[in-house]
Design a protein around this ligand. Structure first.
Ligand SMILES: [Zn+2]
Length: 263
């Protein structure tokens, strides 16, 4: 398996593979990782390191979570999962961990030892770090989240809760379905054209969209500096041996997890 990325490293520990952003490795007050398919115990479309309990055997997924945590350095008890629904609701993680039924597609915190977690198949993870206020955010931004601009919601909440300024934020856009593979229809095209017509690429009478660029434009609009935005440019479908992909595998597919924690 070839791996090539200017912004991310592929780490292998105890056979578990996980990706990290080179830029975020500079910050010693955080721990972060994006899981891959490598090093788990699940089989079939969940092979091998599926981290979602939705469809797969729950005991196997729990073993996968344990393996991933051990390799990437997280405590299992610190993981704060959220119930995602491709919306823009962002949870502020505080000391009290209430377990409500509300949907969230992102979370933010300025408290140590709470690991923010989002699950992904083709949707972009966005890691946010504020080195000034020492606060963090973790977002699930697929096409619906990107069109509805979940990053704006997260940045506003980081400002009101932690005093974060957009100009100080470091934002890293992780793997997702790329402009090479994300074919859309005209109804979805219209949604993206409201943001920018340059997101749409037409080839062979088919319409494609660039989610990486859409998330980047959203971050710029919120005031994040261009030099503080890092994009993986890794397509989940093209890299399906390494990453799960809804569009490669179909409805029955595994999920990767994106995690970040203040330490
Ligand atoms: Zn691709």
């Amino acid at each position: 398996m070839k791996f090539s990325s200017k912004t991310m490293n592929l780490n292998i520990k105890n056979q578990v593979g996980y990706l990290t952003f080179k830029k975020l490795e500079e910050f010693k007050f955080i721990r972060h990782a994006f899981s891959t398919r490598l090093g788990g115990v699940s089989s079939g479309n969940f092979a091998t390191l599926n981290l979602s309990k939705k469809v797969d055997d729950k005991e196997k997924v729990e073993e996968n979570i344990q393996r991933f945590c051990k390799s990437a350095g997280f405590e299992r008890e610190s993981l704060c999962f959220i119930k995602q629904n491709h919306g823009t609701n962002v949870k502020v993680v505080t000391n009290s961990q209430e377990n409500n039924e509300e949907f969230f597609d992102g979370s933010i915190t300025n408290i140590k030892n709470f690991t923010l977690v989002t699950l992904h198949a083709d949707c972009s993870p966005i890691f946010i770090v504020d080195p000034v206020t020492k606060s963090i955010g973790m977002l699930h931004a697929g096409w619906r989240g990107a069109v509805a601009d979940i990053s704006k919601e997260a940045i506003l909440k980081m400002k009101s809760n932690f005093g974060s300024l957009a100009e100080n934020l470091i934002c890293c856009i992780g793997p997702s379905i790329g402009p090479c593979c994300f074919e859309i229809q005209e109804d979805v095209q219209q949604e993206f054209e409201k943001i920018s017509s340059k997101l749409i690429k037409k080839r062979d009478n088919k319409i494609y969209v660039d989610i990486f660029e859409c998330n980047k434009i959203n971050l710029l609009k919120s005031g994040v500096k261009e030099e503080n935005i890092f994009t993986s440019n890794l397509c989940t479908k093209c890299n399906h041996e390494l990453l799960f992909s809804y569009r490669q595998q179909g409805k029955i597919h595994g999920n990767m997890a994106a995690m970040i924690e203040l330490i």
